[in-house]
Design a protein around this ligand. Structure first.
Ligand code: FAD
Length: 317
């Protein structure tokens, strides 16, 4: 079932989670072990992130450095199919522009359709770690909107080879990312939101936000989106802080603000265990306030920490 259908038929705020594929070589059991404790809260859908290749330099005989491309966390599509099969819960594979030509994207979408996956989160993806800026593949997409357009075309039965006869249209519900504190590359908020609106106009049906720790960021973003004519559901994304160093690491990685009261509480903690308690309590309060404001769904970035997500969910759902 589509994410938008879940939202439209819901009578109260839904619960959903995002998980990462395990590191290459690890078993899928780690995914099931993370999901099992959360099943009692009946997640409406599970997002599975996509991780593109990275380049490493390996030392070879004679001291030469060889540039090798590796994907540390493959398996997005397989995990989605396995979750549907095991739990009968809808999944949302993330698909990105980076590393894909248009044809490879088309083929990936055909696989998803054949597997019975109804949803995709369409993203640009970040640049490769060793590259200063995002570089599209030859004949690939530069921005998420181009990916949204391609999926929408396929939903209308238009594939890349336009002489195909009797084609079956796909039927994906498309989600996109939004940034309450602005995407770090955008010159200003209005410019970023105009690009967001374009993604909706191109066929995206809902937005999932980047994590934020101050609900005012979400409420203000929601208002700006509505003022700009963006009417689709905007799902808040929440992360539970679980260690002292995350206060600076999350801010650096995701280009977000950590509110001063939270930072002060974390700084007072002597151990990660204490910081985790602060993080759980902070997220419970955030979640309760968002539910009170009737948000469509609370989407938790579990990042391998399902135990704390379970604690938060048991307080708010
Ligand atoms: P876009 O919407 O393409 O925007 C990127 C930047 O370009 C923005 O600054 C925007 O303002 C600007 N822009 C957009 N269109 C245009 C245009 N036509 N002309 C000029 N400028 C434009 N990354 C992964 O690699 N894998 C994942 O699984 C993943 N999951 C994510 C899930 C969520 C909910 C979020 C919020 C992010 C996720 N990311 C993931 C990170 C994401 O890929 C990065 O934040 C990336 O830098 C931007 O992706 P986007 O889809 O928002 O890009």
């Amino acid at each position: 079932m589509k994410v938008i259908e879940h939202i439209n038929k819901a009578k109260s705020t839904l619960f959903s989670i995002e998980i990462l594929p395990p590191l290459k070589g690890k078993s899928i059991q780690s995914i099931f072990d993370g999901i099992d404790p959360l099943m009692e809260f009946k997640p409406s859908f599970v997002d599975v992130t996509y991780h593109r290749e990275e380049y490493l330099y390996k030392k070879r005989e004679g001291g030469y450095l060889e540039k090798v491309s590796i994907r540390k966390r493959p398996g997005t599509v397989g995990i989605c199919a396995a979750i549907i099969n095991k739990y009968h819960v809808d999944t949302v594979p993330h698909i990105i522009c980076g590393g894909f030509s248009r044809e490879e994207t088309e083929n990936a979408l055909i696989d998803l359709q054949f597997l019975g996956i109804d949803n995709v989160l369409a993203l640009r993806g970040d640049s490769i770690k060793s590259e200063p800026e995002f570089v599209p593949e030859p004949n690939g997409h530069h921005y998420a909107i181009d990916l949204v357009k391609q999926i929408t075309q396929m939903n209308h039965g238009r594939y890349m080879e336009n002489d195909l006869a009797d084609v079956a249209p796909t039927n994906f519900c498309i989600g996109v990312a939004g940034y309450p504190e602005k995407h770090f590359e955008a010159p200003n908020m209005i410019s970023d939101m105009k690009h967001l609106k374009n993604k909706i106009d191109a066929g995206a049906e809902y937005i999932v936000t980047q994590m934020f720790f101050d609900n005012e960021q979400y409420f203000s973003y929601l208002k700006k989106c509505r003022d700009m004519g963006i009417t689709v559901p905007i799902i808040p994304g929440l992360k539970i802080m679980t260690s002292k160093k995350q206060a600076t690491a999350l801010s650096k990685i995701f280009k977000i603000d950590i509110p001063q009261p939270l930072l002060e509480q974390i700084e007072k903690c002597k151990t990660d265990e204490q910081a985790k308690e602060v993080g759980v309590e902070w997220c419970i309060q955030q979640s309760k306030e968002l539910i009170k404001a009737n948000v469509p769904c609370l989407h938790y970035y579990t990042m391998g920490t399902s135990e704390v997500t379970r604690r938060v969910a048991s307080e708010v759902f």
